[in-house]
Design a protein around this ligand. Structure first.
Ligand code: SF4
Length: 306
C-alpha cells in the first residue's frame, strides 16, 4: 500500500491567524475570554481552546456586559457589532482578511444601489455575516441552479454577485455562468471570492483522484471546505470518506486498496492527519508514505496587535 498525503497540509493562513489571535488574547488577558461562534470549524481545535478557558457563544446576550469577545474567522454582520457596542464589549476581530474582502464587496455593491446575489450555503456562519453587509431587501442568497430560477429580479437590471469563500470551484463557476445568462448586466469580483486555500485543496484532491483508489478527508462535519473536498473526490469517481479524527476511521475499509489518498480541510491541525497515518500503518505496516511539495508554506496573514 502507498499512502499519498495531499500537497495542502495544515492550517490555511486565515485559520492560523484566527487561532493565533485567540492564543495571544488568552495569554494577555486570561479568562474569561469569549469567542462568537466556533473560532474555526474543527472539533479538536475548539475542544482544545475550551479546555484552556475559552467560552464559545452563539448569542451575544450570553456574554456579560463589558467582557472581552473575539469574532471568529468566519466574520460577523454589522448588526452583531452593534449588539457588542450596546453591551460595551471589548472586541477583537479574527475575521479572515479574505472574508473581510467579500464584506467590502458587499458594501460597495450595496452603496451602488445594486441587488446582491450571494452564492453560498444558507445558515453557514460566513454567509450570515456577509449577508448582513448587504442592504436589507437587496439580498438574494442562492445555493443551486433552482434558486437562480426562482430569483424575482427583472433580467435587464444591473445586479452583482459575491460568493462564500469555501465553495466548490466548479459548481460556483457553473452558477456564475447561469447568472450571466440570466442577467446580462451582471457584475461581481473578477472571478469569484473562493479563497486560495479552498482552491488549492480542491486541486490537490483532483491530483489524488488521478492516482488513488480511495480518498480520506480529515475534517469536521460542519467544515464547509472539508465537505467540498469529499464531494470533489466522489464527483471524480473515487470512493471518498470524511473523518473528524483517526478514531472515526475503520482501517477495514482500506483492505485491498493499493493507493490511499489523505487530504484535510483548511482548519485541520496537522497532528490529526498524522494520527490517521499512524492508524493506517498499525493495520498495514508495509504502507509507504508519499508526499508532494506544499504550495502554501510561505503564505502568512499577519495578525493585528492584541
Ligand atoms: S479557508 Fe480561506 S477564507 Fe477561510 S480562513 Fe482559510 S484562507 Fe480564509
Amino acid at each position: 500500500m502507498q499512502i499519498f498525503l495531499a500537497r495542502t497540509q495544515g492550517f490555511c493562513a486565515g485559520v492560523a491567524r484566527a487561532i493565533d489571535i485567540v492564543e495571544q488574547a488568552l495569554a494577555r488577558y486570561g479568562s474569561p475570554l469569549y469567542v462568537y461562534h466556533e473560532i474555526v470549524h474543527n472539533t479538536a481545535v475548539v475542544n482544545d481552546l475550551k479546555g484552556r478557558g475559552i467560552i464559545f457563544v452563539d448569542n451575544i446576550d450570553a456574554v456579560p456586559d463589558g467582557a472581552r469577545l473575539i469574532f471568529s474567522a468566519h466574520g460577523v454582520a454589522p448588526a452583531i457589532i452593534h449588539q457588542t457596542r450596546v453591551k460595551q464589549l471589548k472586541t477583537i476581530d479574527a475575521t479572515c482578511p479574505l472574508v473581510t474582502k467579500v464584506h467590502d464587496e458587499a458594501v460597495r455593491f450595496s452603496t451602488d444601489g445594486l441587488d446582491v446575489i450571494l452564492i453560498g450555503h444558507k445558515g453557514h456562519e460566513e454567509v450570515e455575516g456577509t449577508a448582513g453587509h448587504v442592504t436589507a431587501g437587496r439580498l438574494h442568497i442562492v445555493q443551486n441552479a433552482g434558486d437562480i430560477e426562482k430569483l424575482d429580479i427583472p433580467a435587464h437590471r444591473k445586479v452583482a454577485f459575491i460568493t462564500q469563500t469555501t465553495l466548490s470551484l466548479d459548481e460556483t463557476r457553473e452558477l456564475i455562468l447561469r447568472l450571466r445568462a440570466r442577467f446580462p448586466r451582471l457584475t461581481g469580483p473578477a472571478k469569484d471570492d473562493i479563497c486560495y486555500a479552498t482552491q488549492n485543496r480542491q486541486d490537490s484532491v483532483k491530483e489524488l483522484a488521478g492516482i488513488c483508489d480511495i480518498i480520506i478527508i480529515c475534517g469536521s462535519p460542519n467544515s464547509s471546505n472539508s465537505n467540498r473536498l469529499r464531494e470533489k473526490g466522489e464527483q471524480l469517481g473515487i470512493q471518498s470518506i470524511i473523518v473528524d479524527n483517526a478514531n472515526e476511521l475503520d482501517p477495514a475499509i482500506l483492505k485491498g486498496k493499493q493507493n490511499v489518498g489523505i487530504s484535510s480541510g483548511a482548519s485541520v491541525p496537522r497532528h490529526l492527519v498524522e494520527d490517521i497515518v499512524h492508524q493506517i500503518r498499525k493495520a498495514f505496516p508495509e504502507a509507504v508514505i508519499k508526499t508532494f511539495d506544499n504550495p502554501e508554506k510561505n503564505i502568512i496573514f499577519p495578525r493585528p496587535e492584541i
